[in-house]
Design a protein around this ligand. Structure first.
Ligand code: FMN
Length: 214
């Protein structure tokens, strides 16, 4: 297994893209939108899936994938259960990191910042747009709590489907988090590990942009 991993090599020779200086701009959001649109246009699977890392009050980090659902006014928004492992971490420590990796494009984006619950009406509007099955699932799943059996979950799905035969309200413990970025780094793979890295750092209302060594 270890030999197998050592032998994996990707020299990123296929990705001799235009120089990033030409497209960087004055804030990270334009470039993020540009890269995301390109990833979607190029057919990258699950382009909006990212690793969200949180840290609990003892300093223990945890990562998991979520879907980025919106980028509004510079806030990266995802939806989850506020009582989940990540929800508990964020209640005690709202520092967060989001990471996108698109292997086919040899691109990585890191977003470090602070996380806040979105206003209830924002969560309501998004919840309303979800399919009925997902809405019932949000009630039935005590996300990250121990589950004795699959049957227990299916039973709860059945109960909530009966409880809400028509419109399904948003559970109060389910909603959005907005990530306000303080640092955004764009990484573009280049040959011989001489990758391009551009980092935006928030300084007051402005963004400073610079290059990092690969
Ligand atoms: C592709 C993919 C997308 C996911 N999207 C979400 C999401 O948007 N929200 C969410 O709460 N969990 C999502 N999950 C499940 C999480 O990875 C995780 O299992 C769950 O949120 C519980 O995490 P926690 O126990 O660390 O809180 C997704 C998983 C995958 C593989």
């Amino acid at each position: 297994m270890e030999d197998f991993l050592e032998d994996l090599r990707n020299d990123h020779r296929d990705f001799d893209l235009a120089r990033l200086e030409d497209v960087v701009g004055t804030n990270p959001f334009d470039l993020f939108n540009q890269w995301m649109k390109n990833a979607v246009d190029k057919g990258v699977a699950e382009a909006n899936a990212c690793v969200v890392s949180t840290v609990d009050t003892t300093g223990q980090p945890s990562g998991r994938i979520v879907y980025l659902k919106e980028l509004i006014n510079g806030e990266f928004i995802f939806y989850t259960n506020y009582h989940s492992h990540k929800g508990k971490d964020l209640a005690g420590n709202n520092k967060i990191s989001m990471l996108f990796f698109w292997p086919a494009l040899q691109q990585q984006i890191r977003i470090d910042g602070l996380c806040y619950k979105v206003p209830e009406q924002v969560s309501d509007a998004y919840f309303r747009s979800r399919p009925r099955g997902s809405k019932i699932g949000a009630w039935a799943s005590n996300q990250s709590e121990q589950l004795i059996s699959r049957t227990e979950l299916e039973q709860r799905v059945h109960e909530y489907a009966e409880k809400f035969p028509g419109e399904v309200p948003r559970p109060p413990h389910w909603g959005g988090y907005a990530v306000r970025a303080e640092l955004v780094e764009f990484w573009q793979g280049r040959p011989s590990r001489l990758h391009d890295r551009f980092v935006f750092k928030k300084e007051g209302e402005n963004w400073n942009v610079g290059r990092l060594n690969p």
